[in-house]
Write a protein that binds this ligand. Structure first.
Ligand SMILES: Nc1ncnc2c1ncn2[C@@H]1O[C@H](COP(=O)(O)OP(=O)(O)OP(=O)(O)O)[C@@H](O)[C@H]1O
Ligand SMILES: O=P(O)(O)OC[C@H]1O[C@H](OP(=O)(O)OP(=O)(O)O)[C@H](O)[C@@H]1O
Ligand SMILES: [Mg+2]
Length: 298
């Protein structure tokens, strides 16, 4: 038998579990890279543990469904997985950040031609799902007696195979439900990718955890924002100021080579840039640069 990968007992040392595959793995890896943590040894599909640029933070690759328990039991101090995975496992972890990605809604759906209009019509029905925990709790809470059939995937096929009368499954674009001629009867919950922590680790390793949370949050803060730089004649400054927002108002600096000019810098919402640059030009701004922002630390 191979040796277990032991934990470093040093409280300055933490382990973060992230998805090794599946649809949320890509966005999570990207977040880790942008946060500056950076996977030191690549982190290919078959890796179990990877080091990061921070010698005190290591990454554990795991299936999203297993991450809540790895964090609850202290195999990892922090974990990134779907909120639905945490609820399904009922794990005792603390949510620290909503990463605002991997959004999907867990719904009760039935074949288009079914007579079922509301969940009470499902009394006595068979419900297929990859989420037996959430499904049982949901129907019990609403006093509807159902038989839960647990499947490992391709749940949408089960009503057509005669295995179930209804399903509880995730939907995001709605394509899979449409393709399989299923209609939504009820929404149960909406899930996004979240950062969770082991409650004990939060006490004993809080300094390092705070650092990781700050790094990840700084990427979220920068999302959709960009940095504008421009030169403005002093006489046009008041007009330009009116147009520009910024984190704490635009920054205005002297330009050494021309005392009539000032440099104006501001953080703006990406969606506004197209309109803003035209307004700024009309107000007298020139040499306008638009730059991406990787991270914002407030
Ligand atoms: N259609 C979807 N849109 C967005 N997020 C989704 C969608 N389906 C699943 N997710 C999220 O992905 C996570 C599940 O990851 P999982 O490991 O099951 O990967 P997967 O992409 O479903 O791959 P597979 O089912 O092939 O293993 C859950 O947290 C879930 O909320
Ligand atoms: O509304 P849509 O955008 O079509 O997405 C919904 C589908 O995505 C997930 O499937 P996944 O790709 O994880 O395959 P699986 O069913 O085998 O888990 C989910 O289980 C649905 O089947
Ligand atoms: Mg899946």
């Amino acid at each position: 038998m191979s040796k277990p990968v032991s934990r470093n007992p040093d409280p300055a040392f933490i382990r973060l579990a992230i998805p090794n595959k599946g649809r949320i793995a890509g966005p999570v890896h990207e977040l880790i890279e942008k946060s500056g943590l950076h996977l030191a040894d690549g982190g290919g599909e078959r890796r179990l543990i990877a080091r990061t640029r921070d010698p005190h933070v290591e990454i554990l690759f795991a299936r999203p469904i297993d991450i809540p328990e790895y964090v609850a039991t202290g195999v990892a101090d922090l974990g990134i997985t779907g909120k639905d995975m945490v609820l399904e496992r009922g794990s005792e972890v603390k949510e620290l950040l909503d990463l605002q990605t991997g959004r999907a809604t867990l719904v009760v759906a039935v074949p288009e031609e079914s007579a079922v209009e509301s969940i009470t019509d499902l009394d006595g029905a068979r419900v297929a799902t990859e989420f037996p925990g959430i499904t049982r709790a949901f129907f019990a809470e609403h006093g509807v007696a159902v038989t839960v059939v647990t499947v490992g995937g391709a749940c949408e096929a089960t009503p057509h195979l005669g295995i179930a009368d209804a399903i509880v499954d995730l939907t995001s674009s709605g394509t899979t439900l449409r393709t399989n001629h299923l209609r939504v009867v009820r929404e149960i919950l909406t899930s996004t990718t979240i950062l969770v922590a082991n409650p004990r680790s939060l006490e004993i390793r809080h300094e390092k955890i705070d650092e990781v949370v700050l790094a990840l949050d700084s990427v979220l803060q920068a999302k959709g924002q960009c940095y504008l730089m421009m030169n403005v004649h002093r006489s046009a400054l008041a007009g330009v100021r009116e147009i520009l927002p910024g984190l704490s108002g635009p920054t205005v600096m002297d330009v050494a080579s021309d005392e009539n000019l000032v440099a104006v810098h501001a953080v703006v919402n990406e969606e506004r840039v197209y309109q803003l640059i035209n307004q700024l030009k009309r107000a007298g701004a020139k040499d306008i640069l638009v730059m991406p922002i990787e991270r914002i630390i407030r």
